[in-house]
Design a protein around this ligand. Structure first.
Ligand code: GLN
Length: 474
């Protein structure tokens, strides 16, 4: 039963084949047995919440997630529970309020059973930068689950919950989804409120669901989306009924492939799967349209200037004075700042803070930060004009299958991981990872579908078609 997704579990609960309490207890038992370090903490009130939910369901409550156990990433605030963003600095921080997404989950009837491991402050692609130690990929424990939402992905892949929430600033939902054989979407910027999310790079961050099926993903996105007065960057755009976009043909759809991406894929582990994917789309009646996007080779420098610049500013509030851990060695105000920050942050976070301060410093501001912003604007225009020629764009999600623990210890090697994912964040476009193939080590490989702003429905149409037909046509 634990291998089921949201839709199936909800049916079992509604038809009284199981209870939310029994399900929650069973998942918690699995978490206790797990050796992957996907879940940092099981919330002590989870079983009580499940019991309450059973009572509500018996009294007629039928929310979209009624009784479904879900795990959230450690950077999502849930009132009264620790949220540490995978950092020593916040290891004891108890959330004073709940994020909007947490409230939306609870209102829909979900039971939040725990928090998932992640790269510290969501900086990373492997979950190895976490203060709590790395998470192992449940499909092969010598490998990483991806990151930064690696704990969220691993917990679903290992059947420790029905679905989970992650956040994605440069690929952190999609790449772990690809590495763990799941469906993960980074919605349009502004689709989901960021209120109560520990910020990394505010102009790029989005929350999104990691699920076993496309249908579960669409359902969860419906629950999470919508304008929120607490986040003025959230959009008033109407929330679609995303599940209505499933079970549709893709015949006649114009699917764009980016010429420069074709070159980037050459020689990578995912090249074969990507070629197979294009053939599959053609066999399905779609039309492949090659498009040009200038400066695609600059997406990584643009991302690795903008994201650290914003992170530097967002992380300035962690100073050992207010709610963060204060160094016990500090003897004066200067030492409170320097020692608390020195001890509280891990080395990747320090690297990003230095990088961010560098590109924002006078003298380099124009040379780096402003140039990156100008390119960001240009890339957005390039993508928008590409969508005049095609309905969606496709690329691989990652360069390969899940890599070995420790394999990308050099930060630049890790940064290169994000080459196919960061453009959706830079442009604010919605993008999904859907499992398509297996690589030479037998591990999953996801394909990415990118659509115009607020066209998540179209993303789901294509992803759902891929999920349902890939084995028939492969
Ligand atoms: N791997 C990217 C980084 O390290 C993306 C992380 C994310 O999306 N949170 O910045």
């Amino acid at each position: 039963m634990l291998e089921l997704g949201i839709v199936e579990l909800k049916n079992l609960i509604t038809n009284k084949k199981t209870t939310c309490e029994a399900l929650t207890k069973a998942y918690i038992e699995e978490i206790k047995k797990s050796k992957t370090n996907a879940v940092i903490e099981v919330f002590s009130d989870a079983i009580d919440l499940a019991r309450e939910m059973d009572k509500k369901i018996a009294a007629g409550f039928s929310g979209k997630l009624a009784g479904v156990p879900i795990i959230i990433k450690d950077n999502i605030l849930y009132k009264g529970h620790v949220a540490s963003a995978g950092s020593r600095f916040l290891a004891d921080y108890v959330a004073e309020y709940s994020s909007t997404v947490t409230n939306k989950l609870l209102d829909a009837g979900a039971v939040i059973i725990g928090r998932a491991n992640m790269d510290e402050f969501a900086m990373g692609s492997s979950t190895e930068t976490s203060f709590y130690g790395p998470t192992l990929n449940p499909l092969d424990t010598t490998r990483v689950p991806g990151g930064s939402s690696g704990g969220s992905a691993a917990s679903v892949a290992e059947n420790l919950c029905a679905a989970s929430l992650g956040t994605d600033t440069g690929g952190s939902i999609r790449q772990p989804a690809s590495y763990c054989g799941l469906v993960g979407i980074k919605p349009t910027y502004g689709r989901i409120s960021r209120y109560g999310i520990i910020a990394f790079a505010s102009s790029l961050d989005q929350v999104g669901p990691l699920t076993k099926t496309v249908e579960d993903n669409a359902l969860l996105l419906e629950v999470l989306s919508g304008y929120d007065q607490h986040d003025e960057t959230s959009s008033h755009e109407k929330v679609d009924n995303y599940t209505a976009y499933l079970n549709k043909p893709i015949k006649g759809l114009k699917i764009g492939v980016i010429n420069s991406v074709e070159a980037m894929v050459k020689g990578e582990q995912t090249e074969q799967a990507y070629n197979k994917f294009k053939n599959f789309l053609v066999d399905s009646g779609a039309e492949i349209v090659p498009v040009d996007i200038n400066n695609m080779e600059l997406v990584l420098p643009v991302y690795y200037i903008i994201a650290p610049a914003e992170a530097t500013s967002n992380l300035a509030r962690f100073d050992g004075v207010k709610y963060t851990r204060r160094s016990p060695r500090a003897k004066n105000i200067e030492e409170i700042f320097t020692m608390s920050r020195g001890e509280g942050f891990g080395s990747e976070v320090k690297r990003r803070i230095m990088l961010g301060n560098y590109v924002l410093s006078s003298g380099y501001f124009d040379a780096y930060y402003n140039k990156a912003r100008a390119l960001q604007y240009q890339l957005r225009q390039e993508f928008l004009s590409a969508f005049k020629k095609c309905d969606v764009l496709v690329t691989p999600v990652a360069r390969g299958e899940a890599f070995k623990l420790g394999e990308k210890a050099n930060p630049v090697d890790a940064y290169k991981e994000d080459v196919f994912t960061v453009s959706a964040n830079i442009t604010g476009l919605p993008a999904i990872s859907v499992p398509f193939d297996n690589g030479k080590n037998g591990l999953p490989i996801g394909m990415q579908i990118i659509a115009p702003h607020f066209s998540e429905g179209l993303v789901y149409t294509v992803a759902d078609y891929v999920e349902k037909h890939k084995n028939l046509k492969n």
